[in-house]
Write a protein that binds this ligand. Structure first.
Ligand code: GLA
Length: 668
């Protein structure tokens, strides 16, 4: 059995974050552990960017400082998530071995001096990465402070170098076997692109005009696979040394370069870094989406590896979190399945590129509001941990998402570059969030039988297996709602006959898809009862299908905007948010899915996890929420009957208690 997050949490919620003590004199370390203990920090991630410190010259090792830190953490009861430092090679590597440096699309080298300047395809890089990983595993595998391994950091590089081209050819040979098969899949008959020799194939470098979409699509798959090979190589090394300890690498939310479904299968713990903008009115919804996706990838508890206690420093304007928001968003992550709430980083840096990025201890130090709030949250997480950790609550709704469909659909040469796959995911997930419906994510080929409702915001390319899966799901009684541009292409990005797979057209009751009518920014189409945005379609329906809403006026007057055929629904436009919310809420109700609580005020989120009910007020005004029955709030200890008042950014973690007991407490 693979070790899971429980091997590291041991019933606690992991609380802490990236700790970069090499930036500080050793006296500060003592101060750090004092403040960590006071804040309930029980986990730190060490060594993420320590390669130059650990290996100052090729093959040399300097472990003394890390030995002292590992011991210090252990002496203070703080577990260590130990990172392999391979996201940022030391300067000597690029200097001595230019083949370790990645090359951009237009052939320029990415130099050291920043980070993530490694070529995933470089044998030299991979050799050095394996060697330092071996030595870390050998030295610290038996250290009592070690709880988990963190491989690299936010794998996200692309590489168009000669080394990458060589590996790309190997990857393509394994995929296609023959050049004929590759030429066929890439449609190279178009524009005289036929390949006569494997050596002619390069990465899709800068070209005069639109590139071959098949080549670009395979290059995205290849990039995800190469990074995954780097991860797996390091994972296997640490796994050999410590088979009982879990291994992770931290994802960026909805990062385009990684097929995270595939990656998650290779991880013991799925972890993510999440930084919603405190000023974004949809920050809570966007956070919930990432949390739902990460939980679904983990199929259980997951780790919030990084968040910011205050501002980040990489947006144009970087806002701090108002009082209470860090607590609220942390509890939201726990509600949606996190068993670890961690930050980048422990102590705010005074030098380097991220000195204006917040830390758990800000420049203001112990007295600063940031640390004081971090400390309060640490105590609260410890209080709720016994009732929370290890609990996994599946939902009745799944949102489908597939990286390959995203990659295929996001290419140049389309009808509208305004159609953005993540934006569509957000629009659909937001509609469900606003309808107080909680949801999982799933891949189109996953077993969907446990869900009452499956929604497909957009799946431009679908394999035959995925299409059959969707058909079987509806045949067995599931309700399916799909957005436009679904099932347009196969996995090679070859447009299906009729512009959309015939089986899906039949399922949704589309007789003919005549033309797509994309909409400009600010343009909308009137439909019965709502306005459509972004896209519209000229479709004829089959006799049996029902047009639940039609276009009104304009070229498409009278044609179906929302089409229903049995339990299959098709939206040929994107309804405005309130209409989208009402539409999905209605379909969910018909499919037998109820909101977590009825009559929730706007901006209040209710989520069940195990026995607990989390109620979160994302608004700036106090609200009173009806929560039928007797409950105890595990955060305050208060007993409640039938309703609950939450202040601005207020949160409650409720456990049902027999009414009599609740009333007895409330009576005075
Ligand atoms: C990412 C990285 C961290 C840090 C933060 C800043 O998540 O993993 O090292 O750069 O961003 O927000």
């Amino acid at each position: 059995m693979k070790p899971d997050l429980g091997a590291a949490t041991r019933g606690r919620i992991l609380y802490g974050g990236d700790y970069n003590p090499e930036q500080w004199p050793e006296e500060t370390w003592q101060e750090d552990v004092r403040l960590m203990r006071a804040a309930g920090v029980n986990s730190v991630t060490l060594g993420v960017f320590s390669w130059a410190k650990l290996e100052p010259r090729p093959g040399e090792r300097e472990f003394g400082w890390l030995d002292r830190l590992m011991d210090l953490m252990h002496d203070n009861g703080i577990g260590v998530v130990l990172a392999t430092p391979t996201a940022s090679p030391p300067p000597w590597m690029g200097h001595l071995h230019p083949d370790t440096l990645p090359v951009t699309e237009d052939g320029r080298t990415e130099w050291w001096g920043g980070r993530q300047h490694f070529s995933h395809s470089s044998d030299t890089y991979r050799r050095y990465a394996a060697a330092i990983t071996e030595d870390l595993a050998a030295r610290y595998g038996g250290h009592p402070a070690l709880t988990m391994w963190h491989i690299n950091n936010e794998y996200c590089t692309y590489d168009w170098s000669e080394g990458a081209a060589a590996r790309f050819r190997v990857w393509l040979r394994a995929k296609y076997g023959t050049l004929d098969a590759l030429n066929e899949a890439w449609g190279t008959a178009f524009w005289s692109q036929g390949y006569g020799d494997w050596a002619e194939i390069h990465t899709p470098r800068q070209a005069h005009y639109l590139k071959n979409p098949g080549q670009v699509l395979d290059f995205k798959r290849f990039t995800s696979d190469m990074l995954l090979e780097c991860y797996v190589a390091e994972r296997d090394i640490v796994r050999r040394a410590t088979p009982h300890l879990p291994v992770t690498t931290n994802f960026m939310p909805l990062w385009v370069g990684q097929d995270a479904w595939r990656w998650a299968e290779e991880e013991d713990v799925v972890s993510v870094d999440l930084y919603p903008d405190p000023r974004d009115p949809l920050g809570a919804q966007n956070g919930a989406l990432v949390q739902d996706m990460t939980r679904s990838q983990a199929r259980g508890p997951w780790m919030l590896m990084e968040q910011a206690a205050g501002p980040v420093n990489w947006r144009g304007v970087n806002h701090p979190k108002p009082r209470g928001l860090n607590r609220l968003w942390s509890l939201q992550a726990v509600a949606r399945g996190a068993d670890a709430v961690c930050y980048f980083q422990w102590r705010q840096s005074r030098q380097g590129a991220e000195k204006f990025h917040s830390g758990m201890v800000s420049h203001a130090g112990e007295e600063g509001r940031t640390y004081q709030e971090v400390k309060q949250l640490g105590a609260e997480l410890a209080a709720i941990a016994p009732e929370v950790t290890g609990r996994h609550t599946p939902n009745d709704i799944a949102v489908l998402h597939d990286w390959h469909a995203w990659w295929a659909g996001a290419q140049d040469g389309r009808l509208s570059n305004r159609v953005d796959h993540p934006d569509l995911l957000r629009a659909w997930h937001r509609a469900l969030w606003e309808a107080h419906l909680t949801t999982d994510f799933a891949h189109p080929e996953h077993d969907l039988s446990a869900y009452r409702l499956v929604v497909v915001p957009q799946a431009y390319a679908l394999t035959d297996a995925a299409i059959e899966n969707l058909l079987a799901y509806v045949r067995r009684g599931g309700t399916l709602v799909s957005g436009f541009l679904t099932g347009v292409a196969d996995e090679d990005d070859r447009v299906r006959a009729g512009g959309m797979d015939a089986r899906l057209r039949e399922l949704f009751g589309i007789r003919t898809l005549h033309e797509w009518w994309p909409l400009d920014a600010g343009e909308h189409v009137e439909c019965d009862g709502f306005r459509g945005t972004l896209w519209s379609e000229e479709i004829d329906k089959t006799e049996d299908a029902e047009a639940r809403a039609r276009y009104k006026g304009g070229e498409l007057d009278g044609l179906p905007a929302v089409l229903r055929s049995g339990r299959a629904w098709y939206l040929s436009t994107l309804p405005e948010p309130a209409a989208m919310r009402d539409l999905l809420a209605g379909i969910a109700a018909e499919a037998g899915v109820r909101p977590v609580l009825d009559a929730l005020p706007e901006g209040v989120e209710a989520v069940r996890r195990g026995e607990l009910l989390f109620v979160l007020n994302h608004g700036r005004e106090s609200v009173t929420v009806e929560v039928p029955g007797g409950h105890r709030d595990l955060l305050t200890g208060a007993a409640l009957k039938d309703e609950l008042t939450l202040g601005r950014y207020g949160a409650a973690v409720l456990k049902a208690e027999p009414d009599a007991q609740a009333e007895a407490v409330l009576a005075p």
